[in-house]
Ligand binder design. Structure first.
Ligand code: KDG
Ligand code: MG
Length: 423
């Protein structure tokens, strides 16, 4: 048998190390809080090339750190960094305990770092390695949040002036304490705000009568030449979501997002039967199995899974390919809790993926942007990646060390009578 391309052929059924292998020498987790918490995995190879991946799971950062440090990193050492698919399968199938946000975020971090390494070794920006450019720029949407309708209308105007062509609009609702999406600052909406979850109040009746008035006013003021989006953030039942979608039809939304929880994918059939408002879902999904029925039954229009929470580039590509068969387009989550490392990788993915729809883009603080040096920039409503080999994002570790971890959790929601509701 010809074995001369194997450096260490072995009788044991382990992945052999071939000639030309790029060996993983070390991997470590960096936690930093330049305005908010981020977890980053750095993988270093024997060839001096390293890669980084985002491992941030908002409010559960330390769980991913532990999963990586205790269970993943020890298995990576000595493996060939070029075998991205095999390492993905090793971490997914090999864990026995498949799926779940912690596991899939950890796998995503490894996968993103490995794609970064492979692209650097090839001397190419990541989008070239994926198949090359499908578009000139990545259409993004920004977040306009206001305390009430007037304020939100003004905020949408401000985003238009900044050059956005697509804007998500969220408004406070009179009598509803802490309605979803109402910012605390001008630019950097950040929901994770307490060491224990902040309690917010939800009132479906008030919301269902308020939201259509918001979009009526937005269209009256800003016209139809701008794409408007809205996030319901899981607050409605399917039939309520159907009603809201129908009420919003005159205002031609780009999408209505997360209108009901999606553990039961079948639930979206009811919404679909009642409205032609396009539907988006998926930011808390972590595998293709969460989206399978939604996509195959054409119950949604946009799938919002992203690199960091859905198993990295390797798995996101599978989801996008499935979606493309059913004319479902991508609309990746891109809130501030997804680090610039995720954003960089997502933008390369978006630059390539044929069935791209839109990319969410919530700006990071200047402190975050200083820690994570990145080769992407915003112009006229689009984000553009540069040609730096890899995904184009790096971390300044010395600066990161100056911002220690701060425990923060996401809020919860209750109804007027005190019952727990979906946040
Ligand atoms: O961590 C939670 C946030 O990412 C989420 O609340 C933001 O819904 C969100 C969105 O669409 O950006
Ligand atoms: Mg959302």
């Amino acid at each position: 048998m010809q074995t001369n391309d194997l450096l260490s052929p072995s009788a044991a059924p382990t992945a052999s190390v071939h000639r030309g292998a790029v060996i993983i020498r070390s991997a470590r987790v960096i936690v930093t809080c330049p305005g908010r918490n981020f977890v980053t995995l750095k993988i270093e190879t024997d060839q001096g090339v390293y890669g980084i991946g985002d491992a941030t799971l908002n409010g559960r950062e330390k769980s991913v750190v532990a999963y990586l440090e205790e269970h993943v990193i020890p298995t990576l050492i000595g493996k060939d960094a070029q075998r991205i698919e095999d390492i993905w399968q090793y971490l997914y199938r090999g864990a026995y305990w498949r799926r779940g946000p912690v596991t899939m975020t950890a796998i995503a971090a490894v996968d993103t770092a490995l794609w970064d390494i492979k692209a650097k070794l090839a001397g190419m920006p990541l989008y070239q390695l994926l198949g090359g450019r499908s578009r000139d720029g990545v259409l993004v949407y920004g977040h306009a949040n206001g305390l009430d309708i007037e304020h939100t209308v003004d905020e949408v105007g401000r985003y238009k002036e900044m050059g956005y062509r697509a804007i998500r609009a969220q408004s406070g609702i009179p009598g509803v304490k802490g309605a979803y999406g109402v910012g605390r600052g001008d630019m950097y909406y950040e929901p994770a705000d307490g060491t224990l979850p902040t309690e917010t109040l939800w009132n479906t009746t008030a919301y269902l009568s308020y939201a259509p008035k918001l979009f009526e006013k937005l269209r009256d003021t800003h016209g139809f030449g701008i794409e408007l989006l809205h996030d319901v953030h899981h607050r409605l039942t399917p039939i309520e979501a159907g009603r809201l979608g129908k009420d919003l039809e005159p205002y031609r939304l780009f999408w209505m997002e997360d209108s009901t929880p999606a553990e039961n994918q079948e639930a979206f059939r009811l919404i679909r039967q009642h409205t032609t408002t396009p539907l988006a879902v998926g930011e808390i999904f972590n595998t293709i199995w969460d989206c399978k029925d939604l996509i195959q039954n054409q119950l949604i229009d946009y799938i919002r899974t992203t690199v960091v929470h859905a198993g990295g580039i390797t798995h996101l590509r599978r989801i996008a390919d499935l979606a493309s068969m059913y004319q479902v387009r991508t609309g990746s989550h891109g809130a501030t809790d997804l680090s610039p490392v995720c954003m960089g990788a997502a933008l390369h993915f978006d630059t390539w993926v044929p069935n791209f729809g839109i990319q969410e883009y919530m700006r990071h603080t200047p402190e975050t942007d200083e820690v994570f040096l990145h080769d992407y920039s915003f112009k006229d409503g689009y984000l553009h990646v540069g040609d730096t080999p890899g995904h184009g994002v790096d971390i300044d570790e010395a600066l990161a060390a100056k911002y220690p971890y701060e425990p923060k959790q996401l809020p919860i929601a209750r109804l007027q009578d005190g019952s727990m509701w979906n946040w």
